[in-house]
Each structure stands twice: as C-alpha cells, then as structure tokens.
Ligand binder design. Structure first.
Ligand SMILES: C[S@@+](CC[C@H](N)C(=O)[O-])C[C@H]1O[C@@H](n2cnc3c(N)ncnc32)[C@H](O)[C@@H]1O
Length: 284
C-alpha cells in the first residue's frame, strides 16, 4: 500500500483485532530465551538488528528477554525501518521506557535493500542476532535478502524470521485471487517458500508454528469505516471497498468467511493468521 499513513492506521487496527503480537510475545518469552542465552557466547557486548521493526513493540520484548538472560551485556542496536512515522513511535517508546541505558540505538530510516548498500560501504562488524518479523513479504527478492543478512552473522549468531504459514487465510486468499488482486509491494510469499529456499541451500534452522487469529467481523458490515480499513489490510489494496469492482468485492468477502480462511465462533469471523517462527543458524 503506497499511502504510508493509511497503512499505519490499518496496521494499528489489525494489531488491536488480532492475537498477532500476543502470539509473538508468547514465543519470545517461552521459546526464544534459550536461543538468546547462546548467541555471542562469552561476549560482553552484542550487535543486534531489527529489520522492518515498525513501532518496535516486538523489538523491545526481545531486548527485555535478552537483558533477563544476559544482564551484564551491553547492546548495539540497528533499527532498519523505512516508515518515519513508525520510527517516531519506536523512539517515543524508547524515551518512555526506563533502564534501557545498556542499549545504544542506531536509527536507519531506510529499506532493507538501502541498508544493505549502506552497510557494505560503512561496516565490517558481525552481528549476533538479527530479526525480520513479518517483513520479508516486502522484499523484491526475499532469498537474496535472507542470504545477505544471514551472511552478517557471527558464528553463534541467529537470524529470527516470522512469516505467515502457507496454510494461513492470507496465503489462501492470495492464491485464490492471484490474478484479480494486485498485492502492491507485498510479494505474498509465506514460510513455506522460505523453508523451500533454506532447504535448497542446505541452511540449518528450526521452525515453530504459532497459532494466531484476526477478528475480521467488521469487514462484513457495509460502510463500517473500521471494516474498510481491515479489508485494506487483508487484501493489501488501498481503499479496496471503494476501488474494487462490486463482483470482486463480493467474491472476496464470501471467500473470507470460507473455512479455507476463517472459523466462525460465537458470531465472530476469525481469520487464520498462523505464523511460523524460524530461527536460522549462521553460515557454516
Ligand atoms: C507488518 S509491519 C511489521 C512491523 C513489526 N516487525 C511487527 O511485527 O510489529 C512491516 C514493517 O516493515 C516495514 N517495511 C516495509 N518494506 C520494507 C523494506 N523494504 N525494508 C525494511 N522494512 C520494510 C514497514 O514500514 C512496516 O513497519
């Protein structure tokens, strides 16, 4: 979606209506601590990076878990995020949170591809932990992006990636309306595509599926402004309700309720937003 302000509104509403961040936090505090305990073994200073951090809610969860596991460690943190409004929100959260003195934040208002160029010109250091959370969809070539960022890892480093699964409602919707809905700057890839790539390259990783749901009930109330924003987010099309041909809109709404995509529970339509959490090892 080109309109950054509307995208942000849609995304904030999506977060309110979905269990997305709760599912991520469950994983970060349940499974990720063992990984965080092992990165950069013996080091007192760690290099960490967030690619497509958004407003940084999840980054701050990861950092707080890292601090619990490694209280004596200081952190150099690279934030790579092209949306200045998101960066601003992230900076506000950092300024309101006490006890973050152990972290030095570096703000990079750029895309992953721009940051790659910037990095190649300016840095040679190795990273201990890099995350790409719900962002690989926006890369022109996700395989090249993963390959570059994985190459930055130090020997005990990890690349943490979160993506929707190939069985999620989003993936089914994209497949079903492949030719009718242009996905804008989102490439519509899923964790299945990433796993196929990682396997083909012989790269080692662990993958954990985490269930998540997105309450899209409001999409079915004609003229509901919040429903329209949610529909934009589901389709990744700006103002889908008013720009899509009536037949396409009706077909999309019908399919969104289909068991391929959603479950209906107590009058709510819950869209399948299951995610895979992948922890990729450093190159051998
Ligand atoms: C779905 S949001 C996820 C934000 C955050 N990681 C989270 O899970 O809450 C995707 C983020 O990726 C950013 N983004 C979009 N294209 C990007 C690119 N080419 N490189 C880096 N980040 C990008 C967007 O601005 C947005 O903040």
């Amino acid at each position: 979606m080109e309109d950054k302000e509307r995208y942000l509104k849609c995304f904030r509403l999506f977060l309110e209506r979905s269990t997305e961040h709760k599912s991520m936090k469950d994983f970060i505090h349940g499974n990720l601590p063992d990984t965080l305990a092992r990165i950069g073994k013996g080091k007192t200073h760690l290099n960490v990076m967030g690619v497509g951090s958004g407003a940084g809610e999840i980054d701050l969860e990861i950092l707080s878990e890292l601090h619990l596991k490694r209280p004596a460690v200081t952190v150099d943190y690279q934030v790579v995020e092209p949306n200045d409004k998101q960066i601003q929100l992230f900076q506000e959260s950092v300024s309101q949170k006490p006890n973050l003195d152990y972290i030095k934040f570096n703000w990079n208002k750029m895309t992953a591809a721009e940051f790659e160029k910037h990095w190649k010109k300016n840095y040679t250091k190795k990273m201990d932990f890099i995350h790409m959370i719900q962002v690989l969809y926006y890369m022109k070539d996700f395989a090249a992006t993963v390959s570059f960022y994985q190459s930055l890892l130090d020997q005990d480093g990890k690349l943490f990636i979160i993506l929707l699964t190939g069985e999620s409602g989003w993936s089914k919707l994209k497949k079903n309306f492949k030719t009718q809905i242009s996905t804008g700057d989102s490439q519509g890839m899923t964790s299945s595509d990433l796993k196929t790539y990682l396997d083909s390259m012989g790269l080692s990783y662990h993958s954990y599926e985490q269930p998540s749901q997105f309450d899209i009930t409001e999409c079915f109330t004609e003229g509901d402004p919040r429903g329209e924003l949610l529909l934009d987010f589901v389709t990744q099309v700006l103002d889908f309700s008013h720009t899509a041909p009536a037949e396409l809109k009706a077909a999309v709404l019908e399919y969104l309720r289909h068991p391929d995509c959603s479950q209906e529970i107590e009058g709510r339509v819950l869209f399948n937003s299951n995610m895979d959490m992948l922890v990729v090892d450093a190159p051998k």
